[in-house]
Design a protein around this ligand. Structure first.
Ligand code: NAD
Length: 351
């Protein structure tokens, strides 16, 4: 299989690429603009280990349509897995424009050049091709205490980030209906795991705690997310891309609903066990002003992907969190370096 992954220098795209590389029958092209959250160390480490020669990285911004067309037309992918996006809600509050450029215009450019690339393929090649768009459950808005999001949930995005992702989902569907582009969309819940840039809740909390800094909890800490371990997500993505049905949407959740307060307390307990300090890490928790438009609850009904493609999470929340916290303890130098490189000091953004 010849697979293009966009956003492969990011957290989920990088985890996906590392899984794809180890199958020597795959040829992978990573397209990424290499933004502030990007990193190539995890892929470099793997490439060094076994001398894989089935991987290539092209630093391209999705806004460069000409370059995109040239690279896609010369690589001739069977599958495009589109993960490149600006992905942090707080940053979308401070600077929404870049979210419109990358997530909406960027997705449009990729769809449009893919449509042109497909025109040059024969029917057999076309029938093998799939464009897989990776999206979020945040496009569905916020839930009360009851109910879950599913493939039939209406769109109701509340932040510039989720609105830009919702818009990209609509564009992808429109290319399926209008041009017959074979597409799959997946909407997943909050991911966590090793190599995640330390601005999102879980790595930020671990990083702050290890530095004995105050751990900020937005509002009363009662917002609920359905946490999905990144390896479980990647397994689901591969199933959808390779066995999913064109035109379909699959929702992917981690069966890991927890309040932010509980997540932070669980992180502190794992740190207390594995890197004990005089006082429990819980003493660092401090409640701060809530995020504007903070969605109350996300939860996903994953029964479609479970029933149709046989997916279920292998790690789940507790095992995944333990692996993640231990990884960040071992790799605090990586965290330090990526924060220096991106000039981010874990200060509060998005107020
Ligand atoms: P990330 O921020 O870690 O990585 C995104 C990558 O995309 C970065 O390397 C960045 O350089 C690249 N990128 C951004 N704009 C680009 C552009 N214009 N051209 C080329 N490359 C560009 O994000 P992530 O957490 O790995 O998320 C990947 C995808 O999964 C995103 O589409 C996101 O919306 C979606 N998603 C993420 C989560 C989550 O919890 N992390 C949950 C649901 C969905």
């Amino acid at each position: 299989m010849k697979i293009i992954v966009t956003g492969g220098c990011g957290f989920i795209g990088g985890t996906l690429i590392r899984k794809l590389i180890i199958n020597k029958f795959n040829y992978i092209l990573n397209i990424d603009k290499f933004g502030y959250a990007s990193d190539h160390k995890a892929i470099d480490d793997l490439l060094k280990e076994k001398n894989y020669n089935n991987y290539r990285f092209c630093r391209i911004d999705l806004k460069n349509k000409k370059k995109l067309f040239e690279i896609i037309n010369s690589f001739k992918p069977d599958v495009i897995m589109h993960l490149a996006a600006e992905s942090h809600v707080d940053r979308s509050i401070n600077d929404p424009e870049i979210f419109i450029e990358s997530n909406i215009i960027g997705t449009f450019n990729l769809l449009d050049v893919t449509r042109k690339y497909l025109k040059g393929l024969n029917d057999k090649q076309k029938s093998k091709f799939i464009f897989h768009h990776i999206s979020t459950d945040e496009v569905f808005g916020s839930l009360d205490q009851k109910g879950k999001f599913s493939e039939n949930s209406p769109y109701d995005p509340r932040s510039p980030y989720s609105a830009s992702k919702a818009s990209s989902d609509h564009l992808v569907r429109s290319f399926f209906h209008t041009y017959g582009l074979p597409v799959i969309i997946t909407n997943c819940s909050n991911n966590f795991g090793p190599w995640q840039y330390p601005e999102k809740l879980i790595p930020l909390v671990i990083n702050k705690a290890l530095k004995s800094e105050k751990i900020p909890l937005y509002g009363d800490g009662g917002n609920i997310r359905d946490w999905l371990y990144v390896e479980d997500h990647v397994d689901a993505l591969l199933l959808c891309a390779l066995q999913g049905k064109s035109g379909e949407t699959y929702c992917i959740g981690g069966y890991g609903e927890r309040t932010n307060k509980l997540v932070v307390e669980e992180i502190c307990s794992i740190l207390d066990k594995n890197k004990p300090k005089l006082n429990s890490y819980k003493s660092l928790i401090s409640f701060v002003k809530d995020r504007p438009g903070h969605d109350k609850r996300y939860a996903i009904d994953s029964s479609k992907i479970k029933k149709e493609l046989g997916w279920k999470p292998k790690y789940g929340f507790t095992r995944g969190l333990e692996k993640t916290v231990k990884w960040y303890i071992r790799n605090d130098e990586w965290c330090r370096q990526i924060l220096i490189k991106s000039k981010y000091n874990c200060e509060r953004i998005g107020l």
